[in-house]
Each structure stands twice: as C-alpha cells, then as structure tokens.
Design a binder for this molecule. Structure first.
Ligand code: GDP
Length: 313
C-alpha cells in the first residue's frame, strides 16, 4: 500500500536536494511530479487539484526556515497537507453519554463490513466494553449466519432476527438476484438496541446490507435504519482497492447515511492508496480505522500522521 506513491515522491524530493533556493520552476516541476504521482496512485482529480494547489501556494510563499533546506521544506509541506487531507488528528469512537453507544456500519457488499464488525467488537471487548453485534443485513441470505460465525470467532455476542423471520433463506438464495429482503432491518436494529439495554451491552454494532453497486432502495433502507436508531457513529466501510470508484461511492453514502467516519479495509492488499486520500479529501470525514486482513486481530486505529510519514518514507 502506497509503495509506488512513496517511491515516486521520494524520487521527486531527491531532485531538490542540494538546491540552495527553490526557483519558481523548481516548485512548478515538483508540483507537477506530485500531481502525476497522486494521479497514478488513483487519487481523484479534484482532490489532486486541491492538494497540489495547497502545496504550491505554501512552497512559493514565504515559508522560509533557517533550519530546513528547500527539499526538507517541501517534504514538510507535503507531509502536513497529507495529514490534513487524511483527517488531521487521530479520531476514535465517540461514546454516548448514556449507553449503549450505537455504531452503524454501511458500505458496498464485499467491502468488509461483516468482517470489520467482528474485529471492532473484539477490540472493544479487549478494551473492557461489552459489545453486541446486530445482524441487520437481511438482504443476503448468508449474511446473518456469517455475522454469527464472525461473532463466535471474535468472542462477541450477536443479535439476529428470530428464526421465523429468517424463514426466507432458502427461497431467497434460489433466486440468484439476492435483492429480496426476508425481514425488517429497521425492526431488527431497534430490537437489537432493546436487547443491548436489557442485557447491559454498552456498545451496539449494527451490520447493514450492502450492494455491489450503489442502489437507491438499499440506500433508502440504510437511511431508514439511521433515522430509526440515531447512531452515535456511522462508519462507512470502503475497500481500499476500489480505486477511482471511491469518490462516487463515498459521495453516495455520504448523501444517503451521512457517515461520521471511514473504515479503510483490505489495506493489506496491493491497493495504490488513492482511495484513502480521495474519500477523506472529498467527504471531509476522517478515516478512523484500517482493516488489514481477514483475521479478527487485523484492525488498526488509523493515524493520519503515521500514514503520511509512511507515504513519504
Ligand atoms: P461485507 O459484504 O461488506 O460484509 O464484506 P465481508 O466482511 O463479507 O468481506 C468480504 C470479503 O473480504 C471476505 O472474503 C473477507 O474475508 C474479505 N475481507 C474483509 N476485510 C478484509 C481485509 O481487511 N483484508 C483482506 N485481505 N480481506 C478482507
């Protein structure tokens, strides 16, 4: 992740080494190189523009430091702008004053929501919380079972719809379209929160349905769940490998569920990293967690400053 972007930028900065002062053409060339490196890393164009114009303005401005040579100065500016675009300070979950804290997960099918639900549950449990996972993805026949398996692996309780409501499993799995719901996700989400109240779970993690592409009906469903359960956090889970489609997807989810934070999943893959910068830059929402594998332990709090340093390493 980010290796090629990192290599490209290091090459760019090498060219500046040994220069006494940065001329206008040095700055122009550097900004052009950064622009190309970002585009090649799949960062969306508006974000590239926003980023490079901020760097250009600061690099040509009077930010002269006695302590740093021109190359170091540009690296410092690029680093600070990367941190800024990635969300600034590290952001973690905001807990409700009165439990349970409700965390809703949203995102495309296959983005890694269910896997992440287990990871987050396990992590919160380790921190002393008593989380409950709620299976409100009633779109995919296997999703409820999958969450139950994930919960078991993570050692976290799962609230699933009554067996009677899931009677449609077989009927739905046979259609091949997978778009028919076999229960009421809003009702299940509400019931999950009631369950948490009565069994004293202090955090509820609601797994919702996704689709392979943004879909109006499912967005409405996610939006209805959000309105009904008023979550303290809505985390948008996005596959880091999604590339240029990141912006469109993120914008649709921002409109639909107004998420409060982003989870970047599959960061262990060979994603070029553009999605991270694009999603954060376009929506202004912080990346809060990184998902880095299929195991329960593969979850990290996302630190914008550390990620920026990794990019510029
Ligand atoms: P959902 O449809 O959004 O609930 O997605 P899932 O949680 O079912 O994940 C889809 C696939 O991606 C599964 O095969 C997961 O094992 C895999 N997966 C999820 N998160 C990660 C991750 O961080 N890294 C890798 N390598 N695979 C992941």
């Amino acid at each position: 992740m980010f290796t090629s972007l990192s290599d490209r930028l290091t090459g760019t900065f090498k060219n500046l080494r040994g220069k006494g002062r940065l001329s206008e053409s040095d700055v122009n060339k550097t900004v052009r190189d950064i622009r190309m490196a970002l585009i090649d890393a799949d960062v969306s164009l508006p974000v590239v523009k926003q980023f490079t114009s901020a760097v250009r303005e600061r690099a040509t401005g009077a930010e002269v430091s006695q302590a740093l040579n021109p190359a170091q100065q540009v690296i410092k500016i690029v680093n600070e702008e990367l941190v800024e675009i990635l969300g600034g300070n590290t952001r973690t979950i905001t807990y409700a004053k009165r439990p349970p804290t409700v965390i809703m997960l949203a995102g495309l099918q296959g983005s890694g929501k269910t896997t992440f639900a287990g990871k987050l549950g396990a992590r919160l449990k380790e921190e002393g919380h008593t989380p409950l996972l709620v299976a409100a993805d009633l779109q995919r026949p296997n999703a409820v079972t999958q969450l139950e398996v994930v919960g078991q692996r993570a050692g976290v309780s799962v609230f699933a719809p009554e067996r009677g409501n899931t009677g449609g499993h077989d009927a739905v799995s046979g259609t091949g379209e997978g778009t028919r719901s076999f229960g009421d996700p809003v009702g299940v989400s509400r019931a999950g929160i009631q369950e948490a109240l009565s069994r004293q779970h202090d955090v509820v993690i609601v797994d919702t349905a996704g689709r392979l592409a943004v879909d109006a009906d499912l967005m409405q469903q996610a939006s209805d769940i959000r309105a009904a359960i008023e979550p303290d956090e809505v985390l948008f889970v996005i596959d880091a490998m999604i590339g240029q489609a990141a912006v469109e997807t993120a914008q649709a989810f921002q409109e639909g569920v107004d998420f409060t934070g982003v989870v970047l999943s599959k960061l262990d893959g060979d994603a070029r990293g553009g999605a991270a910068l694009s999603v954060a830059g376009t929506t202004g929402r912080p990346i809060m967690f990184a998902s880095t594998g299929e195991q329960v332990k593969d979850i990290e709090v996302f630190h914008p400053d550390r990620m920026a340093s990794r990019i510029l390493d």
